[in-house]
Write a protein that binds this ligand. Structure first.
Ligand SMILES: Nc1ncnc2c1ncn2[C@@H]1O[C@H](COP(=O)(O)OP(=O)(O)OP(=O)(O)O)[C@@H](O)[C@H]1O
Length: 298
């Protein structure tokens, strides 16, 4: 269980995270989504006690992360795969962590095999690893202590399609056995495939959260694309319909398709597409939720 309560982080004038609250329950994968600079990493670092919040709090398994004794036995964390010591081999990296965590070396070897780092790769120095191999090593480190909670920042970065599939299966299995997963990713299709819940953040603020089914089916409204997006935008505004841009020529509109079609017809705006907004999946929902200008609060 992860509980984030009104977390705020300011860097000088910049509010990186503003009043963010959410919960991640055992048995679920929560996808943490947002555009670059939205505040995902800052939030995850605050959850893991690496960045002190300006205000608010976070608890993992009921207590602040820093109060967990031998945290690696309870919480697996992967925040930056590039942060591993480049002069050590993969095997040495895991063996050292196993010692710190009090885990037997046999498990370290098993984890390396489980994440797809065969003995030849494990004997090489981490400095020579590809990003995908570093991610695999990072996952092995996160899983080493047999934790109940996983907090992973962009773990699929650099993984090949087989690796992405493997990661999805691994996280699903972990949650299905009762584990709690918080996962940030830019790979929306992957998150959509594995997550039960989403938390969407933009400009430091949560713009949506909820169960996958609920969010995708009740995102509601109408998706519309126009040949002349400017003319379409004006037509929608003149009809008093609230619209958000979600692509170069696309909008989601808080109205049914008939109202949108009539508004466009009245203005003579040519439509290229008109349908229910829920059908476009997570990518469309994400773009519509995060499309607004992201100003930094002062
Ligand atoms: N140490 C820092 N000092 C100053 N500003 C920071 C610091 N860390 C993050 N920020 C700022 O806080 C905001 C949120 O950054 P953060 O890295 O949390 O976003 P993110 O959602 O993880 O982005 P990305 O998807 O690009 O990794 C950004 O405007 C960033 O520039």
């Amino acid at each position: 269980m992860i509980e984030v309560s009104e977390l705020t982080k300011r860097y000088g004038d910049v509010a990186a995270v503003r009043n963010v609250s959410f919960r991640c329950e055992p048995g679920t994968v929560t996808g943490f989504l947002g555009p670059n600079g939205a505040g995902k990493s800052t939030t995850m670092r605050m959850i893991c006690g690496l960045t002190p919040p300006t205000s608010g709090s976070a608890a993992v398994l009921g207590v602040p992360y820093r109060r967990i004794a031998n945290p690696g036995r309870h919480v697996g964390v992967l925040l930056d795969a590039a942060a591993q010591h480049s002069g050590r081999t993969g095997r040495e990296t895991l063996a050292l962590s196993a010692q710190v965590l009090g885990v037997d070396r046999e498990r370290a070897g098993r984890m390396l095999r489980e994440v797809g780092l065969p003995p030849a790769a494990a004997r090489r120095r981490v400095g020579g690893y590809s990003l995908g191999m570093r991610q695999r090593l990072g996952i092995a480190l996160a899983l080493l202590g047999d934790p109940r909670v996983l907090i992973l920042d962009e773990p699929a970065n650099g993984l090949d399609p087989e690796g992405i599939h493997w990661m999805r299966t691994l996280l699903r299995g972990f949650a299905d056995r009762g584990g709690t997963v918080l996962l940030s990713s830019h790979l929306l299709r992957e998150v959509e495939a594995v997550a039960d819940r989403f938390v969407v953040i933009s400009g430091g603020r949560i713009v949506a959260q909820g169960d996958k089914g609920e969010l995708l089916t009740t995102s509601g409204g109408t998706f519309v694309r126009g040949l002349d997006p400017g003319a379409l935008e004006t037509a929608l505004a003149e009809a008093g319909l609230a619209a958000r841009r979600c692509g170069p020529d696309a909008f989601t509109v808080e109205a049914d398709a008939e109202a949108v079609g009539r508004a466009a017809a009245k203005a003579g705006a040519v439509l290229l597409e008109l349908r229910s907004a829920g059908e476009g999946g997570l990518e469309e929902l994400f773009l519509s939720l995060t499309a607004e200008p992201k100003e930094n609060a002062r």
